[in-house]
Ligand binder design. Sequence first.
Ligand SMILES: *Cc1c(COP(=O)(O)O)cnc(C)c1O
Length: 405
Amino acid sequence: MSNKQQFQRAQFDQVMVPNYAPANVIPVRGEGSRVWDQQGQEFIDFAGGIAVNCLGHCHPKLTAALQEQGQKLWHLSNVMTNEPALALATKLVEHTFADKVYFANSGAEANEAALKLARRYAQDNYGTDKTEIIAFNQGFHGRTFFTVTVGGQAAYSDGFGPKPQGVTHLPYNDVAALEAQVSDKTCAIMLEPLQGEGGIINATPEFLTAVRRLADKHNALVIFDEVQTGVGRTGKLYAYMNSAIVPDILTTAKALGGGFPIAAMLTTTAIAAHLKVGTHGSTYGGNPLACAVANAVLDEICQPQVLAGVSQREQMFRAGLAAINDKYQVFKEVRGQGLLLGAVLNDKYAGRSREFLLASIDQGLMSLIAGPNVVRFAPSLIIPEADITEGLARFERAVAAVVAA
Ligand SMILES: *Cc1c(COP(=O)(O)O)cnc(C)c1O
């Protein structure tokens, strides 16, 4: 017998700050799209650690990259650069619009860097009046005070004292509202090309085109927060590649490390030039261990068959969810793109997304929610088809249980 202490969920309430309400099960092991808890109960993972585990759990190539780099060099700080960081930045530049990369450790940090860069760029080029950040209702950009203030849910930023100033929120997909607000004082327009946390809300092509056109007209920058949509999630490496526009700054995190914390801000040479020596930084950003893992992630994701597999799997999810809905009539629509999908509850089940999530856990399925009305799926991009089929069967039993309750 192991002499290790067997921790229980109750311990969480004893020793952790109460800002999370984790489920009762405690997973201890994962492989591919399956996860096992302390009792050995198996789960199929449709959550992907909130769109992070893009290659499932313990992918052999990622484990190998981690082990190899773990025996070479973990950390230096930015007093020196390192080979994995240079390799990763080179790949990101090769595969995107960007010329320059800044590394951080989380989505919020990458967004913080993007916002600070946009402000500095505007100030250097156009003076101190050009500070307005336009962002959108329900948007989510992280939990630092600047990023959470730019996010579109005041409930997340209220209650912490004076907020960073100069942030305007508009309805998402509302071209007229944007047209009315944007001015020469606008420094940046920040948005997710598909809102994730806010409820899996697709941007309309007209809206994205208007964002680009109005930003150009007023010398404002377009910041795409691709923390959730990036790294293959929508079937392209980045979601902007599905649209007609290119942002000036793009942030990426979550899936970039496949489960190892890393983030990046991508931009052009002309904009990057304003983040001069000493203007911003991070102790860990570009850490060799994180970059080695992210290099392995990009090598896998950038294979055409992996990206093509995303839309194939999307079709399986959509067909499966439609069949479940034919039987139980719980959803009004399925939104999203690629393997970032949201099943929107109809009026009869409005506000009850968490019940579906908990019922899924009972059936051996990990899912997500995106607000009170949306059940969200963000599985591994290489989830085996058999796991999709079995996971959907479990989800159907969860739906049946909620309907019967
Ligand atoms: C998750 C998320 C963030 C925050 O990322 P963290 O790593 O939690 O700081 C920012 N923007 C979007 C769109 C996200 O989905």
